[in-house]
Each structure stands twice: as structure tokens, then as C-alpha cells.
Ligand binder design. Sequence first.
Ligand code: 5GP
Ligand code: MN
Length: 349
Amino acid sequence: MKNGPTEGEKGIPRVSDERFAKEFGEVASLVEKHECMLILGHVDPDGDCIGSMLALAAYLMRRGKKVVCFTPGEMAEIYAELPLANLFVREAALAALAPDMVFALDAPTSARTADLVKRTDGKPVVNIDHHPTNERYGDINIIDEKASATSILVYRFLSSVAPESITPEMADYLYLGVLMDTGGFRFQNTNAEALAMAARFVELGARAHELAHEFIYVKKFSTLKLLSRALDSLEVHGGGKIAVMHISEEMITSAGGSMSDTEGFVDYAASIDDVELSALFRELASDEIRVSLRSRNDYNVAELAERYGGGGHRNAAGLTIHGDLATAKSQIVRSLEEMLALKVRPRQS
Ligand code: 5GP
Ligand code: MN
């Protein structure tokens, strides 16, 4: 069976590794031939990106490799406390490093890695990702848009080349990827594979309850104060089918908290009962607005994001607009209204 569930050990269904068997073998032999590995993630990394990077990093270190991790932008404080977070280096330290092999995880485009995947002096680049918009910039590309998280692809690699090497700590990182990219097993990508993988990771030692508690349930006081300001900004358009909210620099100054601690805020806009399309606008600088888009059903926000130079998945995508908050908002609301008008009815299946 190609990508469907097969019977794994202990009767838990798991996905066949057949499809990438060749690529996995090639990656394993590259790893054996190289010593110093750079693992790149995408700008402002989320839980899947970080979990995938650290699971792979732990494996490579067990193989005796020197490993460093880098993502452009800011990392949320909650992730900075993970046991292997010390592997993340600052940009200044990157120049001093001479990696002889590069991995890029959860990063669909070169731009999402601040173009670092293009500045590798001919060193082999392995691109592992689950975004349909992936540019296949690697020498080896392991891309499966059906995977709910990049960490599932990292697991498929590990279970294919070294199944006995997966430690409980690695299982935690793999689980974190699925947990965060499915929004705590709520989003439309919560499929049989995601649930089977989560079960597999728990079997391997992942602490399901503790991770959900630390990364989804617990919030800082300042983050909740900021959320209350963001919720205050909620507006609906398109006859109640579009919801938008924003976080301005001024809100951060007055409520406290930090832009990097706002992962998941957009879900509040998306959760409104009749809303099919939603957006969160974050003012990073006076002329740089990050937009997070979410949709239900067949509405494809990745296509919309791509039109603005961004990308993502059908139901979750993002982009950056250079301009002020009000202009960015009215531009995107107009585009979302056009999407609504174009689609008579999303397919009901
Ligand atoms: P978020 O809104 O949570 O930042 O991102 C939602 C999804 O879209 C994630 O899978 C993220 O990797 C992807 N994404 C967000 N912004 C961009 C972007 O500017 N370019 C691309 N290619 N993907 C993005
Ligand atoms: Mn991801």
C-alpha cells in the first residue's frame, strides 16, 4: 500500500515508508559521510518546525555528529526552554560554522530560511517538508503534503533507517510537531495517520499530557492580557463569514507580552460559528505586517497567500505585507470577500 496505513508493531497502524525508501537511504549515507550538520527551520518557528529540528538533531548527535540549529526571526519563549534549545545558535555564530551538510525542515521556500538554503557552498541540502507550496530547493526533497506535520516525515525517516534509535526525548519532539500543527488534534489535518503517529510517539515515550499542558494550555498572564486586546479588535465581514483581528505594536507596549508568543491567537477568529475565512494581522514594524490566514472546508488560503508572496497549506497560510496595518487589513479583507463571492458553496462531503 502506498501511503495508507499498514499494520505496525503492536498492531498500531502506521504509514508505509516505501514512497521515500530511496531518499531515506540517500540521506542516511550522506549523514555517514559528513560530520558537521546545520539544521535550518523557517522564520519565527512554530512547534512543528522546532520539534522536527530537535528530534532530528538528537538522532544526529547520537550518530556522533556535531549539530547546530538555526531559524531566522524570533522563537517563542516556551520553546526556548526545551532541553535541546541550546542547539539553536544566533545568526552571528553561523558565519563561524562550517557545516558540511544542511537540513531544512518545515520550510517550503528558500525565502522562509532567509535564503540560507541557497548559501551552502555546494554542501548537500536535504529538504523535509509537508507544505504543498514547497519549492524543492534541496538536493534531496522529502515532501509529502498529506503529512499533517513535518515531524511525521522525520519519524518516517528515523523509523526507516534507525528505528531503535528513537528515545523518549525524541518521541516528545515528534509528538510536539503533530500536537501543534493539528492545533491539539482539532484542525482538518487531524487524520488517521496523525492520530496513529501520536499513539506511536506515546508508545515511544512521548508525554502527551505534559506537552499539551505546557504548550497549549498554560499561558503567561501577559499573553492573556494581549489576547484580550486582540479579541477587542475582532471584526466580521462578508455577512459573518469572515473574521479578522489584529495585534499592533501599541498593544504590545500597553498589554505586555511579545509577538512571538501569539501562536494560536488566530484560532479565536477562526472559531466563530459561521466564519469560514479568518485573518490575524501582526504589526512587526510600522511598515511590516504579518498576516495569518485560516479557512474551513475547501477555501484555499494558500493560493491567496501565494498571490502576496507567502504560502502555506489549504486551510492555514501566511504572508507579509509591506505597508501600514489599516491598508493591509482592507486589502486582505477585500481578497477574502472575493474568495467568498467566487465560491458559491464549498463542497460538502
Ligand atoms: P502561521 O499563520 O501560523 O504563521 O502559518 C500558517 C502556515 O502557513 C504554516 O504552515 C506556515 O509555515 C505557512 N506560512 C506562513 N507564512 C508563510 C509565508 O510567508 N510563506 C510561506 N511559503 N508559507 C508561510
Ligand atoms: Mn509544519
